[in-house]
Write a protein that binds this ligand. Structure first.
Ligand code: ATP
Length: 247
């Protein structure tokens, strides 16, 4: 099941004066797949952190604007509460526990969800391994020994345990071989299709993101400079490499 996200006029500052976002409006419709694009430092991660409640850990705050989830305001809620509402944020950098096995990493994610319902049944594991067969093959390996792509898969798999309705993934393809990055996006698209999850990805690889997302937004220096359906953005991409860091 997917959820809707509506951001209106969001401005974010870090500390007293660093403006990271200015008057940004963005919508992820129920069951939608949306890409947020832009060069390094454009403010993409900041937007995800504003939605998932992580800004406060970096001395950031929304100075103006509104964030609504399924039509209700969620600005200011702590991240654990947002996670319970179904908002999951896979952060850049693949946060997995390197000294735990794949299976233990997933178990830890399941344990963290215990407050949300009864103990998760075994078929949830099967479902997740169904999306990521290479993780199943490596379920006994320490996460620290996985390849970058497998670690990214594990980070996404951990988020799926929380049964998200809005999954936000920051730079899934960063540092991965093109073939692996493509595989991860295909899996995200499948999850979006089969589970109806709403997905918001932050990406520097524009063509990869727009191959799967239906709609995209482009940020430059904290401001939205373009938006449109994937096809029209792909066309315009040729004209606007400067916004996209040349990817
Ligand atoms: P990247 O792809 O490099 O993560 P991004 O588009 O996600 O880039 P953000 O990380 O959101 O960009 O950063 C937006 C702006 O806010 C940048 O100018 C950055 O230097 C600044 N910024 C980000 N995090 C902080 C922080 N914790 N404290 C101060 N400034 C920050």
């Amino acid at each position: 099941m997917g959820a809707s996200l509506k951001i209106t006029g969001l401005s974010v500052i870090y500390g007293a004066a660093i403006e990271a976002l200015e008057n940004v409006s963005l919508t992820v419709p129920e069951g939608g797949f949306v890409a947020l694009l832009g060069a390094n430092g454009a403010g993409k991660s900041t937007l995800l952190k504003a939605v998932s409640g992580l800004l406060r850990f970096e001395n950031g705050r929304a100075r103006a604007g509104k964030i609504e989830y399924n039509g209700k305001p969620i600005g200011g809620l702590p991240s654990y509460q947002l996670a319970r509402l179904g908002i999951l944020h896979v952060r850049e950098g693949r946060f997995v526990f390197p000294n735990m096995t794949v299976e233990e990493n997933l178990e830890a994610a399941a344990f963290a969800q215990a407050g949300r319902g009864p103990k998760l049944p075994g078929h949830v594991y099967d479902e997740i391994f169904g999306y990521f067969p290479s993780l199943e093959r490596r379920r006994g390996s320490l996460a620290g020994y996985l390849s970058g792509g497998e670690q990214q898969m594990l980070a996404i798999g951990r988020a799926l345990f929380a049964q998200p309705e809005l999954l936000m993934v920051d730079e899934a393809s960063l540092g991965l071989a093109p073939k692996i990055a493509a595989e991860i996006f295909e899996i995200l698209a499948r999850i979006n299709r089969e589970r109806g999850l709403s997905i918001l990805v932050v990406e520097q690889n524009v063509s990869l993101a727009l191959r799967h997302a239906a709609y995209g937004y482009v940020l430059e220096s904290g401001k939205l400079v373009q938006e449109g359906n994937a096809e029209s953005l792909m066309d315009r991409e040729k004209l606007s490499k400067r916004y996209l860091g040349g990817s």
